[in-house]
Design a protein around this ligand. Structure first.
Ligand code: FAD
Length: 415
């Protein structure tokens, strides 16, 4: 094969990490021919959906506590690459943080983030090739040959695999490239949806669909507290949702079948304060039925649900007739509402993949140990972060490192 027909760097996947990798590699090696091979008819479909269309692209509070997975040096990789503000500043995107430290583009628009990435890529001369679904990477002594599902072959000197994981397959990521990498000697850790709603027994949620309430979510296994977070809890007909629930989903892979979520729906009061509050209500609403006991504290359907479940009897009884022990039962129930977790929501409702190609399969430069010349970045690796910009930060940082390492491996070798 003539040298001219061989692309220097082929990036599989036109998502967050793929763009970061391609831009970094081409910036280091301006003469290199860099191509992004994207399966869908457009690049960056998932980027457009991030942060409800606003793209929460990083967080000012970056620390190891927010990341999970077998890649050992996650924080080292993040600190060795430009911060999101620096990276996006260099491509003309101004960013700012909200009160919770979540970083967004000033435009509040994911579309402008994708546009800025594409403009930078175009300026550099990176080629976008859409509609190419990589399904095999063949190695010859001199180069790699990436085959598409339709039989097309793409020869290249280096490969950066940035094809994402299994989460949200509607945006092009169905885990097929993870399976492809198994044929290259890679192994995976346990894979399951993360940053996702958690399924519980639907009969326990009857009457709560669509309800939102502030509270504390605590994840327990065998009576041991694993993690807790305060925020908005959302109820669907089959699952608990909301950011604080999403952030417990990574525990499912480790504690499958042994995970309980405990909700404290009055996290702003201690037990004594809540008891006292209910006694005042009893006095104020003496002639109302128990149905009105929690009116004004919770949305109507949640107020009725909690009182009914706690008392275990019809709510036609007058509030004045409730015994002290019954009031106590209600207030304790509000602070300790337990749900056994049946599993995560399906992939289409998950934002991230927990698990992936094991950290043992790549070196500190994110190059495959089993096959030199292939680099991995983004969600395909066994790294997942909490909700709040941590996953995109990993995509940018690992993409930049993979692009840099790949360019370094070619340096001096370009004709
Ligand atoms: C609804 C939603 C909202 C989210 N919001 C946020 C947020 O606000 N902040 C945050 O930090 N994270 C968020 N995330 C998570 C974040 O988007 C991902 O972690 C991140 O995009 C992963 O980047 P990646 O480059 O690894 O993969 P992706 O961005 O998923 O890109 C992979 C690309 O590879 C392509 N591809 C797949 N297979 C092939 C193949 N065989 N051949 C060629 N191309 C292929 C795909 O089509 C896709 O374009 C969100 C996720 C979802 C689903």
């Amino acid at each position: 094969m003539s040298k001219d027909n061989i692309t220097d760097i082929a990036v599989i996947g036109g998502g967050a990490s793929g763009f970061a990798a391609a831009i970094e590699a081409k910036t280091i090696l301006p003469k290199a021919k860099v191509v992004i091979l994207e399966k869908l008819d457009r690049v960056g479909r998932k980027i457009l959906a991030t942060g409800n269309g606003r793209c929460n692209l990083s967080n000012i509070n970056l620390s190891a506590d927010h990341y999970h997975g077998s890649v050992k040096n996650i924080m080292r990789i993040i600190s060795a690459t430009p911060s999101a503000k620096e990276f996006f500043g260099s491509i003309g995107v101004i960013c700012s943080a909200d009160a919770k430290g979540r970083i967004y583009p000033r435009s509040n628009s994911a579309a402008t983030v994708l546009s800025a990435l594409r403009l930078r890529a175009e300026e550099l001369g990176i080629i976008e090739r859409c509609g190419f679904e990589a399904n095999f990477i063949e190695s010859t002594p001199e180069y790699f040959r990436i085959s598409s599902a339709s039989g097309e072959k793409y020869p290249c000197r280096r490969v950066i695999v940035a094809a994402g994981g299994y989460a949200a397959p509607q945006f092009g990521t169905d885990g097929s490239v993870i399976r492809l990498l198994r044929s290259k000697g890679c192994h995976t850790t346990k894979i399951c949806p993360a940053v996702a709603p958690l399924r519980v027994r639907p009969e326990l949620l009857r009457g709560l669909k669509g309800v939102r309430a502030k509270g504390r979510v605590m994840a327990y296994t065998g009576g041991r507290l694993l993690k807790e977070e305060v925020g908005e809890i959302q109820f669907t007909d089959t699952a608990l949702s909301g950011i604080c629930v999403f952030n417990m989903a990574h525990l499912v892979s480790q504690y499958d079948g042994r995970l309980t979520l405990r909700l404290d729906l009055a996290a702003d009061m201690d037990q004594e304060q809540l008891d006292g509050y209910l006694r005042v209500i009893q006095y104020q609403r003496a002639r109302q039925t128990a149905e009105e006991l929690l009116t004004g504290i919770f949305p109507r359907s949640l107020a009725v649900y909690l009182t009914k479940k706690a008392l275990g009897k019809p709510l036609t009884v007058l509030i004045s007739e409730l015994r002290d022990t019954e009031l106590k039962q209600v207030s304790q129930f509000i602070k300790k509402l337990d749900f056994e977790v049946l599993g995560s929501a399906p992939w289409k409702d998950a934002q991230v993949t927990s698990g992936g190609i094991s950290g043992e399969c790549v070196d500190e430069r994110l190059q495959l140990r089993s096959e030199k010349g292939i680099f991995l970045c983004g969600e395909i690796l066994d790294v997942d972060g909490d909700c709040g910009g941590y996953n995109l930060q990993w995509a940018w940082s690992s993409g930049i490192l993979a692009g840099r390492s790949c360019a370094d491996s070619l340096r001096g070798g370009l004709s």
